[in-house]
Write a protein that binds this ligand. Structure first.
Ligand SMILES: [Zn+2]
Length: 124
């Protein structure tokens, strides 16, 4: 099932979307979607909300979310996709291997998975 970007941002709420640092150490809030628990705080969601849903490298735009399974069978998370099904990811602007912050939205930007892989391959 596809969810619009606006609907998902609305479900997650402003407070969760405006975080700047990873919230794993905090008591993260969850919402229930399709019977699954979904964390509202995520650096991915915050990056897409604060920095935009377009790939900074190729311009491909994330236009819908799907609720995908993760490691925990009781939980799911939203993934953002472009119209052609390309997964949108968060990219570290300054790679952590070069001292960039791992857990801060300031050092993150939206990038499609293809450009992110290509960038990663060129890092060594
Ligand atoms: Zn791209």
């Amino acid at each position: 099932m596809r969810y619009s970007v606006a609907d998902v941002f609305n479900m997650l709420g402003e407070e969760a979307l405006n975080i700047n640092e990873e919230g794993y150490r905090r008591n993260r809030k969850s919402i229930e979607v399709e019977g699954f628990q979904v964390y509202t705080e995520s650096l991915r969601y915050a990056t897409f909300y604060q920095k935009g849903c377009a790939c900074v490298a190729c311009g491909k735009v994330g236009t819908y979310f799907e609720l995908d399974p993760g490691d925990n069978p009781g939980r799911r998370h939203f993934n953002l996709y472009a119209e052609d099904g390309t997964l949108m990811t968060k990219d570290h602007i300054v790679p952590t291997s070069r001292g960039g912050k791992y857990n801060s939205v300031e050092n993150l930007q939206a990038m499609c998975v293809r450009c992110n892989r290509a960038k990663g391959a060129n890092m060594c």
